[in-house]
Design a protein around this ligand. Structure first.
Ligand SMILES: Cc1cc2nc3c(=O)[nH]c(=O)nc-3n(C[C@H](O)[C@H](O)[C@H](O)COP(=O)(O)OP(=O)(O)OC[C@H]3O[C@@H](n4cnc5c(N)ncnc54)[C@H](O)[C@@H]3O)c2cc1C
Length: 416
């Protein structure tokens, strides 16, 4: 039996491990004290804190879905919910998401400029675009751009949207045509195409349930931060142990100093140049409301989204008052606690601070040559039986289901 080391007990590493465990001898190395990576949850005073955001599950990939429901019981362990998301505009209006489907709810003057935009867009929206700003203006028009898309996305990206590349976009945003926007407004059609327009959520323990289940029965070494993986005499060496293959589900940024014995020097500079964002997830209690998540374009505060995790499962709310629920308020990058407390004073629904977690790596940023560079690195390393998969190994904007699908591809290579 081949002996395989998997680096990282997040969704990617654990999916790969489950898929190959019967055919190989596996050891999973995880630097933290428990499994989960970005989907990790903690209990704080009985309430469930998603330490990064608030993870919900769905997929359009039938193979991933079938595999997922072999691991979990859809009826007893999960709820299915329709997304009920909303945008809190600076003028106090709460407009359902996605805004372009609900333009008929805007005030009259904005409706009129939006109609002008639609007429312009019908002539221009198939022209090539260079950056995210051009994409949003071409797709949704100036009125919605200035009202929502620009202020919201500037908080998320913390830079001019003209400097945001568009290579990561595919499948990440609804891309309606002008005809669809008009039809959806005439007919009051809610958006149903996006992967999380309805979603599954765990009745107990949030997304920690997923990784705890996938971790069960595996040989996982926790508190094991792998600092060196060496190619020696046709094998891979980790902490004195020998392996035939490596499945690396950590961060590509670590590869240049981690991997020894294979010449990957030429990748050092392009990997260093990869850009990314982090997230400060602030766990709060807020006023009870009917929403799944709330987009916050208002520039009076820096937070960009509230995920109403307390609405996903009653058991997430612990011991807080009946007219309140728990939620995660998200800020891009690291924000000081003082700035957070000041921000919370201005954010709707009276958020009260409970605790926070800053994750340095949450959003990989794709540049034009990123995929090509990583494909080339993968070719070099896979020739030696070293495989990479996961959100930060692939530097891809994967949701959980895409991370599972990518791990499945690697497991098929290993098994073949
Ligand atoms: C704010 C936010 C909200 C999101 N919401 C959703 C959602 O609602 N639904 C959805 O499907 N997806 C969502 N996602 C995406 C989802 O989080 C990812 O697809 C998924 O968690 C990626 O898992 P991964 O295993 O690839 O990476 P990670 O979760 O980063 O796991 C990597 C693991 O490797 C370990 N590790 C790294 N290096 C080493 C080393 N050298 N030695 C040992 N261990 C190491 C880390 O500690 C970590 O546990 C969201 C992402 C973000 C940022």
């Amino acid at each position: 039996m081949k002996k395989i080391a998997i680096i990282g007990a997040g969704v990617s590493g654990l999916t790969a491990a489950q898929l190959i465990k019967n055919k190989t001898d596996i050891v999973v190395f995880e630097r933290e004290s428990k499994a989960g990576g970005l989907i990790r949850c903690e209990r704080v005073n009985g309430s469930l804190f998603h330490t990064c955001g608030g993870h919900v599950f769905n997929t359009k990939d039938q193979q991933v879905l079938d595999w997922f429901w072999q691991q979990f019981n859809k009826d007893t362990e999960f709820h299915k919910t329709d997304r009920n998301s909303v945008i809190f505009l600076p003028n106090g209006q709460q407009i359902p998401y996605p805004i372009e489907n609900f333009a008929y709810l805007l005030e009259e003057s904005l409706q009129k400029t939006f109609i002008q935009d639609l007429l312009t867009m019908s002539k221009t929206n198939s022209q090539p675009v260079e950056n995210f700003k051009e994409f949003l203006q071409q797709r949704f028009g100036d009125t919605l751009y200035h009202l929502y898309f620009e202020p919201y996305n500037k908080k998320v990206w913390r830079r001019s949207l003209a400097d945001v590349p568009i290579d990561w976009l595919d499948g990440k945003l609804p891309m309606p045509t002008v005809e669809e926007i008009i039809y959806n407004n005439f007919n009051r059609v809610a958006e149903k195409q996006f992967v999380h327009s309805s979603f599954f959520y765990e009745k107990q323990n949030g997304s920690q349930l997923i990784v705890d289940r996938l971790a069960s029965g595996l040989d996982i070494r926790y508190n094991a931060s792998i600092e060196q993986i060496e190619r020696k005499q046709g094998k891979w060496l980790i902490n004195g142990e020998t392996f035939d293959n490596i499945i690396f589900c950590g961060n590509i940024k670590d590869i240049p100093h981690l991997v020894k014995g294979v010449d990957i020097l030429s990748f050092t500079q392009p990997i260093e140049a990869l850009q990314y964002h982090g997230t400060t997830a602030v766990f709060c209690e807020i006023d009870a409301n009917p929403y799944s998540w709330i987009y916050l374009p208002d520039d009076k505060y820096e937070a960009h989204r509230i995920i109403c995790t307390g609405n996903f499962a009653v058991s997430n709310n612990g011991h807080i008052p009946a007219n309140r629920i728990t939620a995660t308020v998200e800020f891009t990058d690291e924000i000081s606690q003082d700035a957070i407390i000041d921000n919370l004073r201005h954010i709707p629904l009276r958020p009260k601070y409970i605790t926070l977690k800053y994750n340095q790596y949450t959003y990989p940023i794709q540049q034009k040559n990123t995929r090509e560079m990583i494909a080339s690195l993968k070719r070099t390393l896979s020739a030696h039986g070293f495989y990479m998969t996961g959100r930060f190994a692939d530097w891809e904007y994967y949701n959980m289901d895409a991370a599972m699908a990518a791990a499945k591809n690697i497991s098929e290579i290993i098994k073949s």
